[in-house]
Design a binder for this molecule. Structure first.
Ligand SMILES: Nc1nc(=O)c2c([nH]1)NC[C@@H]1CN(c3ccc(C(=O)N[C@@H](CCC(=O)O)C(=O)O)cc3)C=[N+]21
Length: 285
């Protein structure tokens, strides 16, 4: 029987704490923080994520503007919109929802966001500063994962951590944060040979590979801490499911995160935190 880390509960307490602080901002700074979310196209998953971000903003007292553009929007047009938001003093955070339509270069769009307003922590200068251990905006999902480990009282230093997945958004930055917390880190991926053998070495297993129920019981060391970053639709039921076969793995893990109600809500809470941090850095400059 594993301890289940509820991202739902932990994110709710983070949001409540932020709301109490943000309530004082209009009197202190003249206004509330303002997050602008840009959504290009109408992918249903993206629409639902963007709605989640607006809902969380309301809970915390952050002003949220969601700008929607048709899927055919040109890259130049999107870059022009970002340029306007960059120089708008009333905008503290800019998030461009990913993935973008194929005709738009995501890297170019991310790099166009003013670094001080990059609440995702995806801008090249934020990424560089993460790897140089300089002050930076941390990407929301990795930040949320570390928060969950801390909340569960998981000691990271000296442990073996295995991350499955090497994306810029989750795998690479979470590996860096675990390394900075003095874990011994392995980054595994689709081309890793003998993957079950590698993952069985893990005291802490972070799974961000994007395949429903990919991690089975034979891949997990008894007593391991298992963090499931997956957000998949079950091909059969259409329900949300993780990258971990939860029913099979939960009985042998010491600590595990569920899907839904795990890493996802923590990502959103950390996005709110990053928005508040960008706002405060600006106001205190
Ligand atoms: N620029 C950008 N920043 C992102 O942070 C970003 C993005 N693009 N593109 C897509 C991914 C995905 N993502 C999720 C956030 C919350 C949940 C979440 O809260 N999930 C709930 C369930 C939600 C539901 O029921 O659909 C849960 O796991 O309990 C899921 C996924 C942020 N992303």
């Amino acid at each position: 029987m594993a301890t289940i880390i509820s991202g739902k509960e932990l994110s709710a307490s983070m949001k409540a704490e932020m709301a109490a602080a943000v309530k004082e901002f209009p009197a202190k700074y003249g206004r509330a923080p303002h997050l602008v979310v840009v959504l290009v196209g109408d992918d249903p998953a993206s629409v639902s994520y963007v709605t989640g971000k607006a809902k969380a903003s309301a809970e915390v007292g952050i002003r949220n503007t969601t700008i929607r553009r048709p899927a055919e929007t040109g890259e130049a047009e999107l870059l022009a919109l970002i340029g306007e938001l960059n120089v708008d003093d009333g905008v503290d955070g800019i998030l461009v929802q990913l993935p973008l339509p194929k005709h738009i270069d995501e890297d170019r769009v991310i790099a166009a966001i003013r670094r001080e307003k990059d609440v995702d922590g995806f801008h090249p200068l934020n990424v560089a500063n993460l790897w140089l251990k300089q002050p930076c905006t941390l990407p929301c999902t990795p930040k949320g994962i570390i928060r969950m480990l801390q909340r569960a009282g998981v000691e990271i230093a000296g442990k073996r951590a295995v991350v499955i997945g090497r994306s810029n958004i989750v795998g690479l930055p979470v590996a860096k944060l675990l390394l900075d917390a003095n874990a011994t880190v392995t980054i595994a991926h689709s081309r890793t040979r003998n993957l079950p053998e590698v993952t069985r070495e893990a005291d802490i297993l972070v799974v961000a590979i994007g395949r429903p129920r990919f991690v089975t019981a034979d891949m997990v060391r008894p007593g391991a801490v298992v963090i499931d970053v997956g957000v998949n639709r079950d091909p059969g039921t259409g329900k949300l499911c993780g990258d971990v076969d939860y029913a099979a793995v939960e009985p042998l893990a010491s600590v595990i995160t569920p899907v839904p109600g795990g890493v996802g809500p923590m990502t959103i809470a950390c996005l709110m935190e990053n928005t508040v941090e960008c706002f405060l850095r600006k106001m205190e400059r």
